[in-house]
Ligand binder design. Structure first.
Ligand SMILES: C[C@H](O)[C@H](O)[C@H]1CNC2=NC(N)=NC(=O)C2=N1
Length: 109
């Protein structure tokens, strides 16, 4: 099975249901499903030694988002970045959001 991060984003296709999201999240153990305003999203908090390192990570994730024209919500705090992915147009979590979460993982070392 191709690693999620190596998969290409796909247009169309419906959002995933809760069971499908949880099944995909087995490959992303540090990510969780959250719902805000009735919209399911996947999220993870990343820890850093200071604010500057957290900001550098935000910029890396931002560049990835711009490359793919698929953008997360990013909360930048001292030593912490919370990343949240969902598909605005589809109103939920799409396979693309899992792919982007897997690619976000690759930026964190
Ligand atoms: C106009 C622009 O292409 C769209 O708004 C894109 C931008 N980035 C996006 N990001 C996400 N996460 N979901 C979207 O539906 C989306 N749509």
């Amino acid at each position: 099975m191709t690693d999620l991060a190596d998969r290409t984003l796909v247009q169309g296709q419906p959002v995933l249901n809760e069971a499908e999201i949880h099944q995909q999240l087995t490959a992303l153990p540090d990510w969780s499903l959250t719902t805000q305003s009735d919209v399911p999203r996947i999220q993870r908090a990343y820890r850093f030694a200071d604010f500057a390192k957290a900001l550098a990570f935000v910029n890396q994730v931002g560049a990835l988002a711009e490359e793919q024209n698929h953008h997360p919500a990013l909360l930048l705090e001292w030593g912490k970045v919370t990343v949240r992915w969902w598909s605005h147009d589809a109103g939920g979590v799409h396979l693309n959001d899992l792919i982007m979460a897997a690619r976000t993982e690759r930026l964190y070392q």
